[in-house]
Every structure is written in structure tokens, then in C-alpha cells.
Design a protein around this ligand. Structure first.
Ligand code: PGA
Length: 233
């Protein structure tokens, strides 16, 4: 392959960095996260060619949309979950039509949703259908290469359970093998790696041929460690 083709290939890979805040942060905590992250580091975030998606609790979406605008940040918002139903009499649910007012992406099938809230393949496929109907891009989490992926999913996040919140990430080589397999098996365009990603190991994952980004939990809660992840990715 000649140099130009190699460069073209390199530019085609636009890294996707997704922060999963889980059930953390109040509005004032979210505000100070943005203030710290944006302060003095404007140039490095603004010039980044990477796409940064922040997935907070629903209660923070409205405020965060405004904070990003005020701080001139090009970050986009994602949901952490979505109702499998249309709008209607479903007390406590947030549906795709509501979420698309704020978000471009939505995480579906996180292992915490599967384990704690008993979400199965059927309900996850319904959620993907709802997201697609309202132009939300699902970030579909898989726990191994055997995990079922519903039709039309373009972005998958490979997160082995043993790596989530443990400080014990998978190896980049193994994650890359999973990414390759999933791309061969389904019409997936992006595979992210998630599970104990830090500023020190992020590059070892994004350097791999078939890994197109990362999904970050714990290390995204601290603005400075998340900023280092963006810079190092
Ligand atoms: P972690 O979480 O980065 O804290 O391991 C990742 C996730 O649960 O998405």
C-alpha cells in the first residue's frame, strides 16, 4: 500500500470517545466538570478531530446542552438508556422521541442494564428499533463476541464484564480480535472498546486497526482525567 493510501486510511478513522457518567453528578457538579475541562485547555479540545459524546443522566441533558454551548465545546450528548416503547402510558420511561431533542446517540445493552434490570435480547432489539426510528445512533454494548447484536446496529462497544470498573482491562490485541470478528459478522462500522480505560492505556486501544474509539466510565467523571483521555486517544 502506498503512503497516500495509508494516510487516507488514517484520516478515515475518526475516533469516537464516549463518556458514560452512569448514575453520577448533579447539575452543579456537571457545571464545574465543564468549567474545569474547558479552562486553559480550550485549544486542545477545540482542535480535536475526535468526536466526543457525553452520556449523562436524563436530569442533566438540558443543562449540559446549554453548558456546552456557553463553553463553545463541540461535544455531543448521548443517552444511557431508552424506553423500548413509543410515547404513552409508561410511567418512569424516557422514550426516543423525547431523547432526540437533546441527543445524537444512545447507549443500549450496557451490562449493568442487562444484569440489574434484566434486559434481554428481545427488549434490547426493541430499543434499537425505537432509537433508529428517531435518528438516534445506538451504541450497542456487547460483553463478548458471542453477544447477539440486533439488525441495523452500526456502533458496537465491546466491554467484557471482568474489565468494567475493575482496573483490569482486556488486552488491546484481544479487543481488536473481537472488533474484527464483529465487523465480519455484522454490518458494523465502528467498534469501541470499554472497560477500565485510562489516560495511560487509551492509546494502546485506539492504535489497533479495528478499534474506532472508546467507552469510558470511571475515568470520565474527573474532568482532567477525561481531558487527558481525549488528548491521548
Ligand atoms: P469503566 O466503565 O471505564 O469504569 O470500567 C466502563 C463502562 O461501564 O462503560
Amino acid at each position: 500500500m502506498d503512503l497516500l493510501s495509508i494516510l487516507a486510511l488514517y484520516h478515515m478513522k475518526k475516533i469516537l470517545i464516549v463518556a458514560n457518567w452512569k448514575s453520577y453528578k448533579t447539575t452543579s457538579e456537571a457545571k464545574s466538570w465543564i468549567e474545569i475541562l474547558a479552562k486553559d485547555n480550550d485549544a486542545s479540545i477545540k482542535s480535536t478531530s475526535k468526536t466526543v459524546v457525553v452520556c449523562p443522566s436524563y436530569t442533566l441533558l438540558f443543562a449540559l446542552a446549554n453548558f456546552f454551548q456557553q463553553a463553545n465545546l463541540t461535544f455531543v450528548l448521548g443517552g444511557q438508556n431508552i424506553s423500548p416503547f413509543q410515547e404513552g402510558a409508561y410511567t418512569g420511561e424516557i422514550n426516543a422521541k423525547q431523547l432526540q431533542e437533546f441527543c445524537k446517540f444512545v447507549i443500549i445493552g450496557h451490562s449493568e442494564r442487562r444484569a440489574t434490570f434484566n434486559e434481554d435480547n428481545l427488549v434490547l432489539a426493541q430499543k434499537v428499533t425505537m432509537a433508529k426510528q428517531y435518528n438516534l445512533e445506538p451504541i450497542f454494548c456487547i460483553q463478548s463476541k458471542e453477544t447477539f447484536v440486533p439488525e441495523n446496529v452500526k456502533i458496537v462497544a465491546y466491554e467484557p464484564i471482568s474489565a468494567i470498573g475493575t482496573g483490569n482491562p482486556d488486552t488491546p490485541e484481544n479487543a481488536n480480535e473481537v472488533a474484527k470478528t464483529m465487523k465480519k459478522r455484522y454490518s458494523i462500522t465502528h467498534v469501541l472498546y470499554g472497560g477500565s480505560v485510562t489516560k495511560d492505556n487509551v492509546k494502546s486501544f485506539t492504535n489497533m486497526s479495528d478499534i474506532d474509539g472508546i467507552l469510558v466510565g470511571s475515568a470520565s467523571l474527573n474532568p482532567l482525567s477525561f481531558l487527558s483521555i481525549i488528548i491521548n486517544a
